[in-house]
Design a protein around this ligand. Structure first.
Ligand SMILES: Cc1cc2nc3c(=O)[nH]c(=O)nc-3n(C[C@H](O)[C@H](O)[C@H](O)COP(=O)(O)OP(=O)(O)OC[C@H]3O[C@@H](n4cnc5c(N)ncnc54)[C@H](O)[C@@H]3O)c2cc1C
Ligand code: SF4
Length: 509
């Protein structure tokens, strides 16, 4: 066998032909290694659809590379060469090919980066770890931005990204005269408007083989495998995104915070699983949206709102992750210790809003942002659930979940467990917010108008109980002052009823 010059390890979320480690190599003398690993599929019990999506997208990417001349060692799960971990798989490949060097693009997650950091000491060949250029802001650039700031607010970081990319800029000024059109983006969706559905793709032979593998090996994991409709190639992911731009993006801004029963997607893009594994490029996606705005087919509040999610929030949470890891995963500002309620897996809590989010998560491996933040996240914080247990749940159940993006969203944004590094106040809300933004409450057995008692919406007493019990932690936050004043205006009897209602509900969880 011909001696291999560089052995290029391509990880499951690096499915990008222009990946730095591929760009630095040559198919004529170098070789690619990809592997489906049991350790990666089980370090948390990932949703069956997520495992199938990634294995199928990896197999298709290996074919894409072979088609342009790359020799690829693709090690399927269950094959005799399969070694269960990255390190063992690489040791096997080094022994087989005796490469001069190993090239790998840096891992997106701390856990994997630590494993890669150990390779140089284990193997006698040099190991080159190249920076990942698939983000708008590099980790050193984020660290430079963060240095010396007392507050790391996303809005200021986002403005920097607008200036740097030139997206929706008119010279040095934002197009439309404002950086942010969020105040126009909080409409509740009427039930009878047309909801476009995301594009789905019938499984081909490769995906069908993967589906059979996942059903056989991960039968005890959470989630429904069928029907499976994710795109698993770059071309199909781009087609799914194009369909979103044509059909849903014009309303994306208006109904970004809305929730409707039996409408899991509303006007959301449903592309995070494609972005996060490298099938879609974040900057290209934003330029396409900007072009739609310039062509007059999309209003500014929708285009700006969408671009902010990608070059603002997505880049910002990644920056926070690498700034604060390791240790960030153990943040627990409120010292919450409750275990995760069983209904996060079963969807049978009797609370229509919670059950809708969990049921669609089980079916689709997807829930949109407001469901994650204001339903399952909000409930967990009000109920005092251990943020680490909740983090493991979010990491398991969504097709787009990778620790670098999931952890800051869970620990920082939804649980305020980092004490306000990421969010300026806890995203805590009573049933009134959920009722305003959704149609869940009209079919719920609980009464959203009642604050206490057995029929009262649990979010109400839990919300006020959270405010009261967290006073020593949030009392000095100016954004909580009005809420605390409202609580203080309740009669002593009402405060007692709130405490009792919350305690009764939690005792039966
Ligand atoms: C508790 C919690 C956990 C989350 N876990 C994940 C996760 O594991 N993976 C993940 O990609 N997103 C996560 N998010 C962010 C967000 O909910 C998802 O990105 C979004 O729901 C994906 O659906 P979409 O593609 O339809 O997004 P859209 O609403 O259509 O938004 C477009 C894109 O913007 C980006 N985006 C939007 N909001 C965020 C955000 N807060 N952080 C990062 N990117 C954002 C995503 O890439 C998304 O595809 C989480 C949010 C919360 C509150
Ligand atoms: S009444 Fe309360 S529990 Fe029921 S759907 Fe509304 S907010 Fe959720």
């Amino acid at each position: 066998m011909r001696r291999v010059r560089h052995l290029i390890v391509v990880l499951g979320d690096q499915l990008t032909p222009t990946l730095p480690s591929l760009a630095a190599a040559d198919p004529a003398c170098d070789r690619v290694l990809m592997a489906e690993l049991q350790d990666e599929a089980t370090y948390v019990p990932h949703h069956k659809k997520k495992i199938a999506f990634l294995f199928s997208a990896m197999r298709h990417f290996a074919e894409e590379l072979r088609a342009v001349g790359w020799p690829v060692d693709y090690v399927k799960l269950g094959s005799p060469e399969n070694q269960t971990s990255f390190t063992a798989q690489l040791a096997h490949a080094i022994a087989t090919h005796r490469p001069e060097r190993v090239l790998v693009t840096e891992a997106a997650e701390w856990r994997v980066s630590q494993e890669i950091a150990g390779w140089q000491a284990l193997f006698s060949v040099p190991v080159d770890v190249l920076p990942d250029d698939r983000f708008v802001c590099s980790t050193p650039a984020f660290q430079a931005w963060a240095k010396g700031r007392t507050q790391l607010r996303m809005e200021y970081f986002y403005r920097e990204m607008r200036r740097q990319t030139g997206l929706l800029m008119d010279g040095s000024q934002p197009v439309g005269g404002k950086w942010n059109f969020d105040s126009e983006n909080r409409k509740a969706a009427p039930c009878d408007i047309f909801m476009p559905r995301p594009r789905v793709f019938a499984p081909d032979a490769i995906t069908s083989e993967v589906l059979a593998l996942v059903e056989a090996r991960f039968a005890n994991h959470f989630g429904d495998l069928a029907p499976f409709g994710f795109a698993v190639t770059r071309a199909d992911a781009e087609a799914a995104f194009a369909a979103f731009v044509d059909r849903a993006l014009p309303q994306f801004g208006d109904y970004q915070d809305a929730m409707l029963k039996d409408e899991p997607f509303l006007y959301h893009a449903v592309i995070s699983q494609y972005l996060n594994c490298g099938l879609l490029d974040p900057l290209r996606v934003c330029r396409r949206v900007e072009a739609a705005y310039c062509a007059g087919s999309v209003p500014l509040n929708a285009a700006e709102g969408f671009i902010r999610q990608i070059i603002g929030w997505r880049e910002y949470v990644r920056g926070i992750y690498w700034l604060k890891m390791p240790g960030y995963e153990r943040s627990n500002f409120f010292d919450h210790t409750r275990g995760l309620p069983r209904f996060y897996w079963t969807g049978d809590s009797g609370m229509v809003c919670v059950d809708a989010a969990v049921t669609q998560t089980k079916e689709q491996a997807y829930a949109h942002h407001i469901q994650r933040l204001m339903i399952t996240g909000n409930f967990a914080m009000l109920a005092g659930v251990d943020p680490h247990a909740l983090h493991e749940w979010y990491l398991s159940v969504y097709a787009d979940a990778y620790e670098w993006v999931e952890l800051p969203n869970t620990v920082g944004m939804s649980q305020f467990a980092d004490g306000g590094l990421l969010a300026s106040k806890p995203y805590a809300a009573s049933g009134a917010y959920i009722n305003r933004m959704s149609n869940y409450c009209s079919s719920c057995g609980y009464d959203v108008k009642q604050r206490t008692g057995p029929k009262a919406c649990p979010f109400n007493a839990l919300y006020w109980d959270f405010v009261a019990r967290s006073r020593n932690k949030i009392g000095r936050n100016p954004r909580m002052a009005q809420t605390l004043r409202t609580y203080d205006s309740f009669a002593p009897d009402e405060r007692k009823r709130i405490a009792e209602s919350a305690a009764n509900f939690l005792a039966n969880l």
